[in-house]
Ligand binder design. Sequence first.
Ligand code: 5AD
Ligand code: SF4
Length: 454
Amino acid sequence: MKRLYIQTYGCQMNERDSERIAHVMKSMDYCLTDRIEEADLVFLNTCSVRDKAEQKVYSALGRWRELKQKREGVVVGVGGCVAQQEGSDLLRRVPHLDLVFGTQSIPELPRMVKEVESQKKRSVVIGFQRDASYMEDVEPRVEVNGPKAMVTIMQGCNKVCSFCIVPYVRGREISRSSESIIQEIRSLVRQGVTEVVLLGQNVNSYGKTSPGELTFPQLLDKINDIEALRRIRFMTSHPQDLSVQLVEAFAKLERLCEHLHLPVQSGADAVLERMRRNYRREEYLRKIARLRACRPDIALSTDIIVGFPGETEEEFEQTLEILQEVEYDEIFAFKYSPRPHTAAAKLYRDDVCDAVKKERLEQVLRLQNELSLRKNLQKLGAVEEVLVEGPSRHRKGQLMGRTRTNRIVNFLGEDSMIGRFVSVAVVGASPNSLIAEVLSEENVSEMIDSRGIA
Ligand code: 5AD
Ligand code: SF4
């Protein structure tokens, strides 16, 4: 048995891709290790969505040079967005690098690795695929890891947000067939998975480029019928494509968790227009109001970019205002960074200086901390259903799980609870998490029976 080490940067899509890499390499007898020094194959799975990741990748690869010097035959590869973007430049600039594979080339990996092992042949594969079958080569999975599983339902993006590199590094939108998605989820559920996170750059447009395919709300409907599955989540949605049917799904589907990540990016119409987001502040707010009318307890999260080219103090204030108005449960905020190929990088000068971007980012985070803390304090005394994921990262000796609204909850419990649902009472709150005491495991099944989910 040979060993594979993967370092993953970036989002859930990339985490899922790393799982797929591990899965395809199993066919060549590679198993995962978290100790790089014992690995025969080392991969860097990269992301270039938000910052100048190229530099980070070149320095990480620089540090890996000595791995090859220490152990003969170690194979080094780079995948993901930076691989897609840099292609053969990476091989040219990094002599100890063997493989460069793009975001849609994971099924090619066994062949590429074999060629390095047997012929010392270095290679670059970064083509885009035309149909979705390449995703089927590596899905369905043979093994699961815990109660929660990510399921890729589509790849790529057909939007033209002016700041975003995704359409250039992840290609045009393609959707997997609904049949194979459902088959995969059924198989995951048989192996004990109780929560699925459906992944895609803009899941709301699922199926649009495949004639005769289900729409996203129809797909959710089908998944909601899978018995023994308890929770459905999805990431990410573009507000323009948030249809009435999808909003209604939140009222109708009992397994669909009451949480939506709906990136707004900015609260100012002029900035949204320069970002080519195709909605105005008022339209966005109307959609939020409709969602809340359908599911009053829905938790909302969002992405914010500060310091987009030309963002004035007044425009930035409007972003602070929208945070106050919506009262998100959680936000992810970033300083604008011009990305290669994008319209914003070509059309606009990056004219908000870094000190101002930094100050704006801090202001946004400060405000959100207050808002999140206020929301979490309102939860004191509440009884919540928590799916226990594992040991808490920040509180030694405690367990961590999530509510249906995706809030992190830390509590004292037995390891035997991992992977199960428990009922907890909230006894403390911070901006980013809740502290709770376990009531019982049985209560949850009763709670769930009474909602008709079990
Ligand atoms: N600069 C800063 N943030 C960005 N994002 C995407 N592109 C950029 C960029 N060029 C952020 C957006 C998006 C999230 C995934 O990353 O907020 O929603
Ligand atoms: Fe990027 Fe816009 Fe597509 Fe999201 S919807 S991945 S921000 S281009």
